[in-house]
Design a protein around this ligand. Structure first.
Ligand code: RIB
Ligand code: NA
Length: 309
């Protein structure tokens, strides 16, 4: 089957400490639990879409240690097409150092490792997969020139989404112009636009700035406040609220949102964007109720059937 959703993005090995709170600079505190899991925004978004029933391909780069083989097995189990996941000799896989606090908030430091070796040539080798995909989804954990190249290859062949995470300052605005949709959270929006702080009272200004920077359409994810959407065709922001829950771990919630959004754009393309966002928010909300990333992303059978109608 030709994958309908293609992700050109990162894979990371996640080392997560659960802790009562974040340590202060110079401070050591005692955590409650440690876990080593598989993440990276690219891999997480891909797994989300696959768990919802989407046919997916991941174009990515892993290191040569045993974690990489384990990650490949996980992707294969979810029926992800991994024929374009490359193992880089003499490189370690991307690493994420994550701290999750008692109230479910997370802070992350990443070291890109093998993700840095994901080149435009690598993407070229997957040109057929990219051109036949309904949706292309990329993030900012691989070289920007590679993302730009993927967007150029996919242009005219379907819908493209850029998740500007982690935030980058002063990147080539071509990336905004070439993609159909740009999605960031509040902190990423602050770095991207220079408007600080971003909150509901200035969200229209933030949207206007992003559209002025060249975006065709934007989504700002606002955690418990839901998400807002604006586009060149309708610059007035629309807010899509979410159900209030008590999160235990928000790591990867943004990825759950993006993977789900890609799924709904690919498989329910008749739906209005607001409705795709509402459904993606339901998936993301589910993910914060469980620990971890992949394990917390809901499968189709965990979700109400009307989400897929
Ligand atoms: O978005 C969550 C992800 O960010 C984690 O899985 C970590 O790997 C970092 O890439
Ligand atoms: Na979670």
């Amino acid at each position: 089957m030709t994958p309908k959703i293609v992700i050109v993005g990162s894979c990371m090995i996640d080392f997560t400490c659960f802790s009562p709170r974040l340590p202060k600079p110079g401070e050591t505190i005692v955590g409650t639990k440690f876990e080593r899991k598989y993440g990276g925004k690219g891999g997480n978004q891909c797994i989300t879409a696959a768990k919802l029933g989407g046919s997916t391909a991941l174009i990515a780069s892993l290191g040569s240690e045993s974690f990489a083989q384990e990650y490949l097995e996980i992707l294969k189990k979810e029926n992800v097409d991994t024929s374009h996941v490359k193992i880089q000799k003499d490189k370690h896989s991307g690493i994420a150092h994550i701290t999750v606090t008692e109230d479910g908030e997370n802070s992350i430091v990443i070291v890109l490792g093998a993700n840095e070796s994901l080149t435009p040539e690598h993407v070229d080798s997957a040109v057929d997969v990219i051109k036949s995909a309904s949706v292309l989804l990329c993030q900012f954990e691989i070289p920007l020139e590679t993302t730009l190249h993927a967007l150029k290859l996919h242009r005219g062949h379907g819908f493209s989404i850029i998740n500007g995470a982690p935030a980058l300052k002063n990147f080539d605005p071509e990336i905004l112009k070439l993609s159909d949709l740009f999605c960031v959270n509040e902190t990423e929006a602050e770095v991207t636009t220079g408007i600080q702080p971003v909150n509901l009272s200035n969200i229209q200004q933030v949207a206007d700035k992003l559209l002025a920077m060249g975006c065709n359409a934007i989504i700002l994810t606002l955690g418990p406040l839901g998400a807002v959407y604006a586009s060149k065709a309708n610059r007035n922001v629309t807010r899509i609220p979410v159900t209030k829950v008590h999160p235990v771990d928000t790591t990867g919630a943004g990825d759950a949102f993006l993977g789900a959004l890609a799924y709904f754009k690919a498989y329910h393309s008749h739906l209005a964007m607001d409705e795709c966002i509402r459904r993606a928010c339901v998936v993301a909300t589910q993910s914060v109720l469980k620990f971890g990333t992949h394990a917390s992303f809901p499968s189709r059978s965990d979700l109400p059937a009307d989400l897929f109608m």
